[in-house]
Design a protein around this ligand. Structure first.
Ligand code: ADP
Ligand code: MG
Length: 351
């Protein structure tokens, strides 16, 4: 028992140390902020990632606010997690029927809408395939064709039925995973709460999702460093963020190794395999975190041509940055501004 607790403490410490390293890299604003003496921060290990909140106020004011942010995130995790057995998502996956609370219902509605608008590039019913990869990774083997075919047969957001207050399914083997939208949704809820306090500004960083709110004391916009997928201690460039959320999906963050090969965690719901379309990362910038999160996954799956056509169709209001092997592409709204600044000679900037 004692050993178990000790082990757990070591795991948490290692995770926090890794978090500290990754945050400095993902979010150059952390470095900029540390020169501002007024910021205080707290880190949390939750939702399968490291979260850091930095607030422009003093420690006494921040303490209860940090506590409340922790409660908000715990509630969201308890509803949306696919691994906690009591979560709304797990209850649905086990029983095929659940009555979500109003907020979870709103996330589900949004997930279904985005799935529809992106032609299934973002698909919350990809869960069966996600678990197949988990099982195969544990057994150090690839899924067989038959296994993949069987799981794919139950994928498709049209198999979910969300009425006024109940989520059910047309296919008894369809399961859900809100991992590609949940962190963005949590960021929205935390920022909405922070904006309701008297704290003038800050940064909320959730793995690959970063939100800024309020104004910096210097009056300058926040600057976010976009991590280089091919050299994860470097940055591709910097983005000025006066407000809103940036959400990054990449092939370098989370992956499993099978037979010495890397298989990343963003799956093409059409094939069940990790996407391989030349993109290494996609950043989506918009005012809504849940939308930014889901769209970064969707655009990553679409590939740059389809993603650019999706952007130009103006279905949603967002901007994006695409990183390939040797180029960085910007959507029109970013290309016509001076908000993005390239910082690596590995890449050519293609407006
Ligand atoms: P991260 O969770 O690292 O921020 P994403 O937001 O892109 O990355 O979400 C990836 C997670 O979402 C995966 O771990 C998996 O659980 C799930 N997922 C994978 N592919 C898809 C997809 N095409 N649509 C919806 N969810 C997906
Ligand atoms: Mg996402």
């Amino acid at each position: 028992m004692k050993n178990k607790c000790k082990m757990k403490r070591i795991v948490v410490k290692v995770a926090l140390a890794m978090l500290a390293v990754s945050l400095c890299v993902i979010c150059a604003s952390c470095r900029l902020l540390s020169s501002d003496t007024e910021y205080v921060s707290r880190s949390y290990l939750m939702m399968d990632t490291v979260i850091e909140i930095k607030l422009q106020c003093d420690r006494e004011v921040a303490a209860p606010v940090f506590d409340r942010c922790g409660e908000i995130m715990t509630d969201i995790e308890q509803a949306l997690s696919r691994t906690l057995p009591e979560s709304t998502v797990s209850q649905f996956n086990a029983a095929g029927k659940v009555t979500p609370d109003a907020e979870t219902a709103a996330v589900l509605r949004m997930a279904l809408e985005i799935s529809d608008k992106t032609d299934g590039a973002f698909d919350p019913t990809v869960e069966g395939v996600v678990s197949l990869w988990d099982t195969c990774a544990a057994e150090n083997r690839l899924p067989t064709e038959a296994e993949m075919r069987e799981r794919l047969a139950h994928v498709g957001a049209e198999k979910l039925i969300l009425s006024e207050d109940v989520l059910t399914r047309a296919d008894p083997d369809t399961t859900i995973d809100l991992g590609a939208i949940g962190k963005g949704y949590a960021i929205d809820r935390v920022v909405a709460y922070l904006e309701s306090t008297d704290i003038p500004g800050g940064v909320v960083s959730f793995g690959g999702n970063i939100a800024v709110f309020g104004a910096k004391q210097s009056g300058e916009p926040y600057r976010i460093g976009l991590r280089d997928p091919q050299n994860t201690t470097g940055v591709v460039g910097y983005l000025q963020m006066p407000s809103g959320v940036i959400s990054v999906s990449g092939d370098y963050e989370r992956y499993v190794s099978i037979g010495g090969e890397r298989y990343h965690h963003i799956l093409d719901p059409a094939t069940g395999y990790p996407t391989t379309n030349g993109l290494h990362s996609v950043a989506v910038i918009c005012e809504n975190g849940a939308l930014a999160d889901a769209l970064s996954t969707a655009l990553f799956v679409m590939g740059k041509e389809r993603a650019m056509a999706f952007y130009r169709a103006e279905i949603y209001d967002f901007e994006a940055i695409f990183v390939t092997d040797d180029a960085v592409l910007l959507t029109d709204g970013l290309a016509s501004s001076d908000r993005f600044e390239l910082a690596s000679d590995r890449y050519a900037l293609i407006p």
